[in-house]
Structures are given as C-alpha cells and as structure tokens.
Ligand binder design. Structure first.
Ligand code: PNS
Length: 168
C-alpha cells in the first residue's frame, strides 16, 4: 500500500534530467503518492540549461502526478517550506545512488543537513543496473563534443531535442 501521509522531495540540478533520474523517480512513485521534483538553483554553479529550460524539460518528462518545483538556498529550508505548506506526517529527501562515490557524498550531505534539521529524513535509491553509468555531466560532454552521438544518450526524447538545439 502506498504511503500518502509522507511527502517525498526528489532534489537535484537536473541539468539535464536523464533516464537514470526517471528510473529513480519511478521507484519513488511506486511507494509514495506525494512526490515533488525540486530543481536546485545555485547562482555559483554554471548550468548548461537555464532554470526555465530545466523546468520545461522536467514538465515534459515526469509523470503528471509528480509536482515540479525549484528552490534557491538550502534544501533544508525548502523542505521546511514544503512541511509548512502541505502539513504531512513526514517529509523525506530521496536521492539516487549509483556507486560508492555517490554514497560518500550523499552521506556527508545528509549528516550536515541532519545536524541542522533533525526531523528531515532521507532515502537512497539505486537505479536499474543498466543505468548506473548515466551522469548528466557526461551526457553534456558527449553531446557537446560529438552531437551525432546525442541519439545514443540515455535521456528522454525531449531532452535529446533540447541537446540538439544547443549543439546539433
Ligand atoms: O543533482 P545534484 O547536482 O547532485 O543536486 C545537488 C543538490 C541540488 C541536491 C544539492 O546541491 C543541494 O541540496 N543544494 C542546495 C544547497 C544546500 O542545501 N547545500 C547544503 C548541502 S549540505
């Protein structure tokens, strides 16, 4: 049975959203009813796609029952806003974990966040084995260096189109 008293925030840069992200998202939706994909916007980071572009790609690719949103500043502050607005029993942060290096980074982030916001909890989800290699950074490198390879990339059709508009 699905848990509908919990809100799950799936945060990320999503620059761009990949089939790996969507695989993890499907796993979250399989267990929880209320899911928010939240795009983190950090003015110190150089994104390939603007926030509007990333929101647009998200709206075109995630299932309709998923809320799409963005946030600036700390994730814990965004989670606090979600808690105040939706009044769930619990708020969870979901993150995809592909390999050990991801786990180390996520654990550091989780423990730092937990120190500041003890009520917030975390779920780490591995994607399907066939998508472990998928990484937005490599997607962008490959698309930039050889746009002819864009069709081979593990991203939704709509994202391929957007990559071709940039580099094709
Ligand atoms: O897809 P990414 O780049 O791994 O997503 C990272 C994201 C956006 C989840 C992370 O950078 C984040 O939570 N940013 C908000 C700023 C913040 O809370 N920083 C403190 C982390 S301990």
């Amino acid at each position: 049975m699905k848990n509908n008293k919990t809100v799950v925030i799936y945060p990320g840069s999503f620059d761009p959203i990949t089939n790996g992200h969507l695989d993890v998202l499907e796993r979250i939706i399989g267990t929880y009813d209320k899911v928010i994909c939240a795009i983190g916007e950090n003015s110190d980071k150089n994104y390939l796609f603007s926030l509007d572009n990333r929101l647009d790609m998200m709206h075109h690719t995630v299932p309709k029952n998923v809320r799409v949103n963005s946030f600036k500043g700390l994730l814990i502050d965004y989670a606090k806003t979600v808690k105040r607005e939706t009044r769930p029993d619990k708020v969870l942060i979901a993150r995809g974990i592909r390999m050990n290096s991801d786990f180390e980074e996520e654990l550091k982030m989780t423990l730092n966040n937990r120190k500041l916001c003890p009520w917030l909890d975390y779920r780490y989800l591995p994607p399907s084995q066939g998508l472990i290699h998928v990484n937005s950074r490599f997607i962008k490198d490959i698309a930039k260096m050889n746009p002819k390879r864009i069709n081979q990339l593990d991203v939704p059709k709509y994202v391929k189109q957007k990559l071709k508009e940039k580099y094709g």
